[in-house]
Design a protein around this ligand. Structure first.
Ligand SMILES: Cc1cc2nc3c(=O)[nH]c(=O)nc-3n(C[C@H](O)[C@H](O)[C@H](O)COP(=O)(O)OP(=O)(O)OC[C@H]3O[C@@H](n4cnc5c(N)ncnc54)[C@H](O)[C@@H]3O)c2cc1C
Length: 314
């Protein structure tokens, strides 16, 4: 199995932030992943799980233990006329392109989402009014609490807005089956192109980011980006972390930003919105690694620590 030691995790996150990890392992089969988990758990060693690294803020401090990166689990197969299976590490745009070539519709919304199948299920990734739970047939997981491979149907999982009950600390997504619909390749491609164009004109897709910083709050009938824009948050900069001038819910890395810069900026955004709207924005971005208590409050205050692998220090 490909293994890197003492390597910066930042090169495997889309925001290009992340300190030196003791080990980063890239299993290329589910058996390799299961063997690795067996070893780590029997020795009680710390571990964390990353897919495309497109929705996490990894700490710039050293990252203890083993980071498991699933991108080697990258097989896609057509199982039936409208049924596809994909490994946990398959990138979403590759999956939607694959489906379109088979004239299978349903994944057009994955175009431009730089995550993997595993991350998409955990986060119930979605766009343009569609989300992952709507196309899921089954999910195969390794349940670490029972040490058992299980096949779950969407009925076994509770999905919400950018959330699911799959807890990466206890359940590792190995693969998933997706139920698609038939259409012409041309029509599917047209929808993918439309989605892409919409994204290009509204998101800073060329800058390193971790996608939307906050979930849209349920208390106000306005997306988080619009709320942040209303208080003039665009271009706020701390260190080398900046609120994008294109979309106020995106934080971009101007070059050498670290996790401390991002945490401070997130704090400032939360505090300013709270002052104006009396609403605490909840981060969509998940923490990984070691964070000081003063940094971690951006998640803990907003009750957003579930399903995350991070350590809080004084
Ligand atoms: C430019 C940009 C645009 C984006 N646009 C969108 C969008 O339109 N819609 C949207 O929903 N999201 C969007 N995102 C966010 C992100 O791409 C999605 O949330 C994606 O689903 C995360 O997948 P990932 O593989 O990168 O997960 P990661 O960021 O690697 O991990 C996220 C969480 O999932 C867990 N995880 C990862 N793989 C597994 C697995 N196999 N089993 C169990 N747990 C796992 C991790 O431990 C972590 O807790 C965007 C991000 C960027 C950078």
């Amino acid at each position: 199995m490909k293994t890197l030691e003492k390597t910066e995790l930042g090169q495997f996150t889309t925001i290009k932030i992340g300190g030196v990890a003791d080990k980063i392992c890239f299993p290329s089969t589910t058996n390799e992943l299961i063997d690795l988990m067996d070893k780590l758990m029997s020795k009680n060693e710390p571990w964390s799980l990353v897919g495309g690294g497109s929705n996490i803020l990894a700490s710039s401090h050293d990252i203890p233990g083993t980071v498991i990166c699933t991108t080697g689990l990258n097989c896609i197969e057509q199982l039936g006329p409208t049924l596809l299976t994909a490994g946990a590490g398959v990138r979403l745009p590759r999956l939607s392109a694959y489906a379109s070539k088979l004239s299978l519709s349903g994944m057009e919304f994955y175009e431009g989402i730089p995550g993997t199948v595993g991350g998409a299920i955990v986060m119930n990734a979605g766009a343009h009014g569609r989300c992952t739970s709507q196309i899921l047939e089954t999910v195969t997981i390794l349940d670490l609490t029972k040490w058992k491979i299980e096949v779950l149907t969407p009925k076994d999982i509770v999905f919400g807005y950018r959330i699911s009950t799959i807890n990466p600390q206890e359940q590792i997504v190995l693969s998933a089956k997706f139920r698609m619909a038939s259409d012409t390749e041309a029509a599917i491609r047209t929808r993918m192109k439309t989605n892409n164009l919409a994204r290009q004109s509204t998101q800073p897709i060329k800058d390193p980011s971790a996608g939307c910083t906050f979930k849209n709050p349920i208390e106000i009938n306005m997306p988080a980006g619009k709320i942040l824009d209303s208080i003039g948050a665009k271009n706020w900069t701390i260190g080398a972390a900046q609120v994008s001038s294109v979309h106020a819910n995106f934080i971009i890395n101007l070059g050498n930003a670290n996790s401390q810069d991002v945490c401070k900026l997130i704090s400032k955004m939360q505090e300013s919105i709270f002052e104006k709207y009396n609403v605490l924005l909840k981060p969509e971005i998940k923490p990984l690694g070691v964070f000081k208590e003063s940094e971690a409050i951006i998640w803990t205050n907003a009750d957003q620590t579930l399903n995350s692998s991070f350590i809080i220090t004084k």
